[in-house]
Design a protein around this ligand. Structure first.
Ligand code: PLP
Length: 430
């Protein structure tokens, strides 16, 4: 199966070509429910696979350390201008190689080593770069954390939402220099305004890590933190549907310190081919169709959430208002771990990841939860009816996990479903 617009250039390396074809086949014949993944356009892939990969361009447009940057300066300016327009920001940095680098650069720009940062607990949905003991962030800065409220039995007020009383109390007690909002596993809208108020009350800076919802914000279905937070970081490859990478938005006041924290503070030469891919994706996200896409992502997540709940799986926070569905498997089957569920679903052609749930009794390697996401399958054109069917198949697979014929039956059904939604129909006859 063709894997890129450029397959014919790789025919002299059959080993890599075969692996690319195998991955294209996997992506086209299984459903992708990993909440941090998406399918970029072929235009994005073409830009990232271009001659722009050859150019060294340390520095920023107009201030480079090497010659020959007449063209890539225009590429990077185009990406920055499109990004600023997309989110209404004063300044954009499109050089971060990943979302993690974007966060590290902001910490470096705004903090001194040892300064205190208040961010979301890892086991309640925070990211590694929000102070995990395994991340360099916790070795350089002093992270303290807030979490979500306890779960309740009240369907109208299910709990497991950000505990703003705790955010305020931790802020008063620890006087952090920076407050971080944003999460890697949280199915609700994150309102930037209460964070801003709390940050102002103690004179702290406020960073919003929009790695997951960036596309939902660009598509107008989630509130924008731009202009509310001092700095907004995000990945370009999750709901925003661009190439793998990161970006930072900030006020003109912080532009210089953010830029120098990325280069020379953290990175060397930028990946101008990826920056071109980002420029393509930013233009795609500015089109009216992207607003339709973002709204459908949320509608699909709601349909998927209802379908898995109908199978007896408890939803963390009782539902979703973004692209994520967080499943607590304990109620479904006390014996079933997130790890085992992920592995059997993989065999059934349903790709997702295990995830800790708030106050998970199991380790992050095993877990009691699953995280599902609707962004990728929405891109290929699936709607609520398909989400309902997939939710039912998740239940069938997990219940029948000891019976290989059940798993094989689901695998066949998924394969047939995917055949009607090819991710790259225009590559098929390339
Ligand atoms: C995905 C994610 C990141 C980092 O992304 P990488 O590109 O994998 O480094 C940062 N913060 C949050 C909240 C994320 O979900």
């Amino acid at each position: 199966m063709p894997a890129s617009p450029f397959d014919r250039w790789i025919t002299e390396d059959p080993e890599v070509l075969a692996l690319m074809g195998a991955e294209a086949e996997r992506q086209a014949t299984t459903v992708q429910l990993i909440a941090s993944e998406n399918f970029t356009s072929t235009a994005v892939m073409a830009a990232t696979g271009s001659v722009l990969t050859n150019k060294y361009a340390e520095g920023y447009p107009g201030r480079r350390y090497y010659g020959g940057n007449q063209v890539v300066d225009q590429v990077e300016d185009l990406a920055r201008d499109r990004l600023k327009a997309l989110f209404g920001a004063e300044h954009a940095n499109v050089q971060p190689h990943a979302g993690s680098n974007a966060n590290l650069a902001v910490y470096q720009a705004l903090l001194d080593p040892g300064d205190t940062v208040l961010a979301m607990r890892l086991d309640h949905g925070g990211h590694l770069t929000h102070g995990s003991p395994a991340s360099i962030t916790s070795k350089v800065w002093n992270f303290v954390s807030y979490g979500v409220t306890p779960a309740t039995d009240d369907p109208d007020n299910p709990g497991e939402v950000i505990d703003f009383d705790q955010v305020a109390e931790m802020a008063r007690t620890h006087r952090p220099k920076l407050i971080v909002a944003g999460s890697t596993a949280y199915a609700r809208i994150i309102d930037p305004l209460p964070f801003r108020e709390i940050a102002d009350s103690i004179g702290a800076r406020f960073m919003f890590d929009a790695a997951h919802p960036a596309g939902l914000i660009a598509g107008g279905v989630h509130p924008s933190p731009v202009g509310v937070a001092d700095v907004v970081t995000f990945t370009t490859h999750k709901t925003l549907r661009g190439p793998r990478g990161g970006a930072i938005l900030c006020s003109a006041e912080l532009a210089k310190s953010i830029d120098s924290a990325i280069f020379p503070g953290l990175q060397g030469g930028p990946l101008e081919n990826v920056i071109a891919g980002k420029a393509v994706a930013f233009a795609e996200a500015a089109r009216p169709e992207f607003r339709t896409y973002a709204a459908q992502v949320v509608a699909n997540a709601k349909a998927l959430a209802a379908a898995v709940a109908a199978q007896g799986i408890r939803l963390v926070s009782g539902g979703t208002d973004n692209h994520q569905v967080l499943c607590d498997l304990q109620s479904f089957d006390a014996e079933l771990t997130g790890k085992e569920a992920q592995e059997v679903l993989d065999r059934a052609g349903i790709t997702c990841n295990r995830n800790t749930i708030p106050d998970d009794p199991r380790s992050p390697f095993i877990t009691s939860g699953l995280r599902l996401g609707s962004a990728a399958q929405t891109t290929v054109g699936m709607g609520e009816a398909e989400m309902e069917r997939i939710g039912g198949l998740i239940g069938t697979t997990l219940r029948g996990r000891a019976d290989e014929s059940v798993v094989a039956g689901v695998r066949a059904e998924i394969r047939e479903l995917c055949a009607s939604f090819p991710p790259y129909p225009d590559l098929a006859d390339a």
